[in-house]
Design a protein around this ligand. Structure first.
Ligand code: CA
Ligand code: CA
Length: 167
């Protein structure tokens, strides 16, 4: 196909999917060589108005350049499909929660993620209470943050369904 995206690199995506992703990317961005900015990214995925859109952008923007390249889009699709392992899903969820990307989830980050996941469902005071009790139960080393292992324990204990593709 001579598209620069070698089969081995994106082998988890079928040629058909790759073609579709490429078409969409081209249509919105005009070129495969430049990056999608956050607004175009939301348009590409029809995420306008979705409160999680910015988080998703950060998850897909793996090099943190502030734009999403075609390669990153393909990797995003590939990751989703290969996420048969719960571990991989946990990593994506962890990244979703870890807004500032420091590898630790703060109380503030948990509260924000909860508000994003269920907007308006809990009053602020309830969220603060939930976050505090979460920390008490799962911050095993008591440093005030959840690391990946502590976060995994929380997700398993909360009965998070890791078998589907929802975040
Ligand atoms: Ca963090
Ligand atoms: Ca901790």
């Amino acid at each position: 196909m001579g598209n620069g995206a070698s089969a081995s690199q994106f082998e988890i995506i079928s040629q058909k999917e790759l073609k579709r992703a490429k078409k969409r990317f081209l249509k919105i961005n005009g070129s495969l060589d430049s990056e999608l900015d956050p607004d175009n990214f939301k348009r590409a995925l029809s995420l306008g108005g979705n409160p999680c859109a910015d988080r998703l952008f950060n998850v897909v923007d793996t090099d943190g350049s502030g734009g999403v390249s075609f390669k990153e889009v393909c990797q995003g699709v590939a990751n989703r499909r290969s996420m048969s392992s719960k571990e991989a899903k946990l990593h994506v969820l962890f990244k979703f929660y870890d807004k500032d990307g420091d590898g630790l989830i703060s109380m503030h980050e948990i509260a924000e993620a909860m508000q994003l996941a269920c907007p308006g469902l809990f009053p602020k005071a309830t969220i603060e209470q939930l976050v505090r009790s979460t920390m008490q139960n799962f911050d095993a080393d008591k440093d005030g943050y959840l690391n990946f292992v502590e976060f995994s324990n929380l997700m398993r204990a909360s009965g998070m369904d890791l078998s589907n593709n929802s975040i």
